[in-house]
Write a protein that binds this ligand. Structure first.
Ligand code: IMP
Length: 373
């Protein structure tokens, strides 16, 4: 995936595919024009790369010229006047192939053909690398077509997006607009101890501009600041009881209210039960949004144990070092998350990410999953 200005593009036609297609286009032209007096008219700017590669495969004794369409306001006439800049006097009686990078609506090519008419060419044909049949409204379908492509914006290999991207050796297609989510990206992130949830959530936050809502952090901050809710939560915690969902949700509400037009939230450590998930849904609905997805990082138990044992060597955390404690944490995680996972899965909102591999590999998978939401 690449970024050109404000848009993301993905690989659409590789450089090998382009070169292969160009060599077969050239072979056809070599065949068709073996006994002709041929002039290639390459239309700038977009066709410069295609023309260059095409010419390397043309074995005919031919000429190559470059033209540019220009449209200006006439002094006397009303409306716009089109002009073909760079057209020499080498056209009359010759066979012309106009070389285009892309024929989209076909308007440009129709204009070029009409501007060539007075020049008295023996024949005029069109060779284009790309053709968008669904967008085409012109009168002359190109005679030589490299690729017929869907009606989606492409960039690279001479084609630009706002003058950028022409130098790319591959053709990229614009990424489909994401489904219109209710404008916010709200993720519930799950991962067993050792799955790398902390690192990955930091990356998600940075990439998507999200706000991290960890219920553990919120409790601690509220208790420290002795907010009304914090004082209330502490009464339960001090008695060794779970803080009631209502109190937790109210803390989350207060936290969410602190942010003006947020891009979205990552919920970390919450919800842990179906009741909490339902309460979260009700709350988010009341502020006009919803959970976009629950994402869980999937790592096998054996791998988790290896990772935690390794972490223990450097973290000094006693809970990482004891195999019984590790097993217990994994068991608690599985027991806790299973019902919540089922809750989101039944709403078609559960996404599992393979949590094996390097941190970067996992991030790539995670971003791809989020982009597809
Ligand atoms: P037309 O619609 O066939 O007249 O094409 C007009 C011009 O629009 C082309 O020569 C390109 O410069 C530009 N164009 C059309 N579609 C694309 C695209 O997908 N990417 C980049 N430029 C495009």
């Amino acid at each position: 995936m690449i970024q050109v200005l404000d848009k993301s593009f993905e690989v659409f036609i590789t450089k090998d595919e382009i070169q292969q297609e160009i060599s077969s286009l050239a072979a056809k032209i070599n065949d068709d024009y073996s006994d002709k007096d041929l002039v290639f008219l390459s239309v700038l700017n977009g066709a410069f790369m295609f023309t260059s590669d095409l010419m390397k495969n043309i074995t005919l004794d031919c000429e190559v010229s470059f033209v540019k369409m220009s449209s200006y306001s006439g002094v006397e006439s009303r409306g716009r006047v089109d002009e073909l800049i760079g057209l020499g006097d080498n056209i009359a009686g010759k066979d012309i192939i106009i070389v285009e990078d892309i024929v989209d609506t076909g308007i440009t090519i129709d204009k070029i053909i009409s501007l060539l008419e007075p020049e008295g060419a023996a024949s005029v044909k069109v060779c284009t690398l790309l053709y968008k049949p669904d967008a085409f409204k012109g009168t002359k379908r190109p005679d030589y077509i490299g690729f017929s492509i869907p009606n989606a914006f492409v960039v690279g290999y001479g084609l630009d997006y706002d003058e950028k991207g022409r130098n790319l050796d591959t053709i990229y297609q614009i990424r489909e607009q994401k489904k219109q989510r209710n404008s916010m990206l709200n993720i519930v992130l799950f991962g067993p101890p050792g799955a790398g949830k902390g690192t990955q959530s930091e990356r998600l936050i940075e990439q998507y501009g999200l706000i991290h809502l960890s219920t553990g952090d919120i409790f601690r901050a509220n208790i420290k600041e002795e907010t009304e809710l914090g004082v209330l939560a502490k009464t339960y915690i001090d008695k060794g009881q779970l803080v009631p969902d209502e109190v937790t949700i109210n803390m989350l509400k207060a936290e969410v209210a602190k942010h003006e037009s947020p891009k979205g939230f990552i919920f970390d450590g919450f919800p842990r039960t179906i009741a909490q998930a339902e309460a979260l849904d009700v709350f988010l609905k009341s502020v006009g949004t919803s959970i976009t997805s629950m994402i869980s990082l999937d790592v096998s138990e054996d791998e988790l144990k290896v990772r935690l044992a390794n972490r223990a060597k450097t973290s000094g955390r006693p809970d990482d070092a004891n195999p019984d404690v590790i097993q217990n944490r994994i068991d608690v995680y599985k027991k806790e998350t299973a019902p919540v996972k089922n809750y989101y899965e039944s709403q078609d909102k559960w996404v599992m990410i393979n949590g094996l591999g390097t941190i970067d590999e996992i991030t790539t998978r995670l971003f791809a999953a989020v982009d597809a939401l």
